[in-house]
Design a protein around this ligand. Structure first.
Ligand SMILES: NC(=O)c1ccc[n+]([C@@H]2O[C@H](COP(=O)([O-])OP(=O)(O)OC[C@H]3O[C@@H](n4cnc5c(N)ncnc54)[C@H](OP(=O)(O)O)[C@@H]3O)[C@@H](O)[C@H]2O)c1
Length: 335
């Protein structure tokens, strides 16, 4: 058990859900501290019926903290993780900054829990679009070895934090009222639109978000031979990322086998009845920790291909839930 814990980025979209999860899951600790930028320092957060003053993120803020769960922008994580480590504080980090550092385990507890235990002070949680995909891939990879994945994402505005969700509402209202739409968080108006770019241009026509899906998947499975071809799209949905996933396996997996494999995997729920119009949709998955799978079908274009639809709450399993599960692994290993 960690006596003194901190939530870094406690005022953000992910930080808010981490606070809820610590209560829901009865996470053990004696003292809790909420850290954010100078902008929020001095404001109060109500937690378990008590008012807590948000403190500014500084090196000294970690003087008496044993475990920090961080969800801040990458440049902030770059700075604060060493401050915490120097003071003996273990960090579970949501940002993208540490994920591909070879000394940092990248963990989805249902997929590679043992990696968490080899940490040297920081454990990274994957990008939200990667987490739900690798969770879905895990039983198929074990049963038939995945050679190749083609994935198209339909990513909610909450993936860009509090500001992204607010921009969906503001720009939709402006568009409906015929007023000029101002976009700050997204490069184009997200109202009644799709934006086929998440992140910056990174590699041979792929964006940074797309390359995260490639590299993080290979790191989590410890298998660089898994080929991933991603297209990441921002959609006008407030919360929950959806993905159309096609996997090609070495050994054929039938639809019936896949359904059984998915249903037996912790963290996955199957909703798959096309004739009854039943499949996972963002509005139904909001607030749930599971990764939902439906529309399971054989690929008509390749022999060992399987196509399916996958939806998950990006603020929960894609971020906060995964981080808190990692912290729970650490608590369990320290007993
Ligand atoms: N949203 C998702 O679905 C998702 C999924 C997986 C991973 N992540 C990652 O999680 C991180 C947080 O995302 P989010 O969606 O929660 O963003 P957000 O809503 O914008 O929240 C950012 C948090 O970081 C704090 N922060 C920003 N600048 C800071 C600074 N200079 N010093 C200290 N604290 C600072 C903010 O504090 P103030 O309120 O004081 O500004 C806020 O608490 C990002 O790295 C993101 O990539 C997000």
């Amino acid at each position: 058990m960690f006596d003194s814990i901190a939530i870094v980025g406690a005022t953000g979209a992910v930080g808010k859900i981490i606070r809820q999860l610590l209560v829901e899951r009865d996470f053990p600790y004696k003292k809790i501290t909420f850290l954010a930028s100078a902008r929020s320092a001095g404001t109060t957060i109500e937690f378990k019926g008590e008012q807590h003053t948000v403190k500014e993120l500084t090196p000294e803020a970690f003087d008496d903290i044993d475990l920090a769960i961080g969800s801040t922008p990458d440049p902030v994580a770059k700075d604060f993780v060493p401050w915490a480590k120097e003071r003996g504080c273990v960090v579970v980090d949501e940002s993208g900054f540490w994920r591909m550092d070879p000394t940092v385990p990248l963990v989805v507890p249902e997929v590679n829990p043992d990696a968490a235990l080899s940490h040297t002070g920081v454990i990274a949680s994957p990008n939200c679009s990667t987490t739900q995909m690798v969770l879905a891939m895990k039983p198929l990879h074990e049963a038939g070895k995945i050679r190749r994945v083609v994935v198209s994402t339909y990513q909610a505005t909450s993936g860009a934090g509090v500001a992204g969700q607010a921009e969906l509402v503001d720009s939709s209202r402006a568009a409906l009222e015929g007023k000029p739409v101002e976009n700050k968080t997204f490069a184009h108006s997200i109202a009644f639109n799709l934006i086929p770019q998440i992140g910056s241009e990174k590699h041979e026509g792929y964006t940074s978000e797309e390359m995260k899906m490639v590299f993080e998947t290979q790191k989590i499975f410890g298998d660089d031979s898994i080929k991933v071809c991603p297209t990441c799209v921002r959609v006008p949905v407030s919360n929950c990322h959806s993905e159309s996933i096609l996997v090609e396996t070495e050994k054929k997996i039938t639809v019936a086998e896949a359904r059984e494999l998915f249903a037996a995997t912790p963290g996955i729920k199957v909703i798959d009845n096309l004739s009854a119009g039943e499949y996972p949709m963002p509005k139904d998955c909001d607030g749930d920790d599971a990764t939902f799978i439906g529309r399971i079908r054989e690929d008509l274009s390749c022999e060992n291909g399987l196509a399916f639809w996958c939806v998950s709450d990006n603020l929960r399993k894609g971020a906060a839930t995964n981080a808190v599960q990692i912290a729970e692994l650490l608590v369990a290993s320290s007993k």
